[in-house]
Design a protein around this ligand. Sequence first.
Ligand code: DOR
Length: 450
Amino acid sequence: MIEPVDLRLENGSLLPLSDDRDGDCGVAIDGGRIVAVGRTDSLPAARRAIDVGGGIIAPGVVDEHVHDRSLGQSHKEDWETLTRSAAAGGVTTVLGHGNTDPYVERPADLERKFALAERDALVDFGCFAWVTDENHEDLAPLASAGAVGFQASLAERPLDSGQLLTTMANCAETDCRLGLHVEDGDILESQWADAQTSGAERPIDHCRPPVAEVVGARTATQLARVTDCPLHVFLVSAGSTLDPLLRAKQRGLDVTVETCPHYLRFTDAELTEQGSVAVVSPPLRSHDERAALWECGIENGVVDCIGTDHAPHTDAEKRVDDPVASLRGVSHGFVGLETAVPMLLTFAAADRLSYDQWRRLHSEMPARTWGLYPTKGSLQIGTDADITVVDPNLEWTLDRTTLRSKGTVTPFDGKAFRGAVTTTVVRGRVVYESGAVVGDPGWGRRVERT
Ligand code: DOR
């Protein structure tokens, strides 16, 4: 007799949707891997079956942009709270950014982060190494220590152009990609100085103009061209930034591009409405910049990946008690792990995005960008059984007090969504179902570049 497999997800739709199979398909899982995909009645018998009731069965979401805070900032977040939030948000792999305390700039910092994550994470994880003026000439040890990629910023611990050139040349020698926050620090500094002189310090004056991003994107793509460095541009917030990136792609450069759900959903009007709650870097942009981000980025496909920039801070750090008072001392960013999938499903329900675009932007392309595909980001047989199941029709409204992160400040509080995560599976283990996180700390594993 054939042994039953571990788990079946059945009576759902697989992406891309196809009329003749909708609501009739599933996935079989054994030993943490996908062993069959197809019509429910063709799947092998299983010890446990979950009827997904016509929901969409998608490859697990890979969030390439989370601030895990695990070194020295655990009052904001830790791997357990971060990945509880990930599980509830349908995210099966998180990639942690390195602006912790200390920054992740030496192999020992990476090792500490990995050890904490191995102990506490419920979903799979990877970590970036941060390139600084100290380490940019010697990147190979960080690649060998297991960094999923490198990251640097032109505004935070900024590299100057010479250092960026060396970084890219050295990065090209490793098998890693460089992710860059491209806002130009010099422009930001002079704008902030002007704002202080003129007394413009309210959240609405959060003045980091799109041109800072455009200038940085232009510099970065030019340096990537001469060094052959694979480049990823994080946090594209404005349509204008896409012009140099589109040109770089047309010239055949290996450049990939990220934006975030909040840049697609909100405009700077939110700074008047929600003040410091909506302060994020880069900032929310004008109506026209957002329209161009949709048109060139999403409709014409210049954006490859969606990341959340999940950035937990306490209520006090975000000044939620007096949000419109002043920008001074306000922490930038907000949480996003539990709102990203619902937001993208809401766009899909409104026909702004197809469900298959959601899958590509949120799962396949982040996995490809960081060398994790097809182990992550696919439903191929033999790959990790990481699965996000959603009900695309469920309508609900966010109450931020239900979020699992330590920080719960978000401009999505009180907003309505159409679409919700119903089940999250990481390497064959159900970590979220029926509204409850059911995974355990320690289940999450470090991802390996392939
Ligand atoms: O708003 C932001 N917050 N943007 C970033 O790039 C970093 C993040 C943080 O770490 O809080």
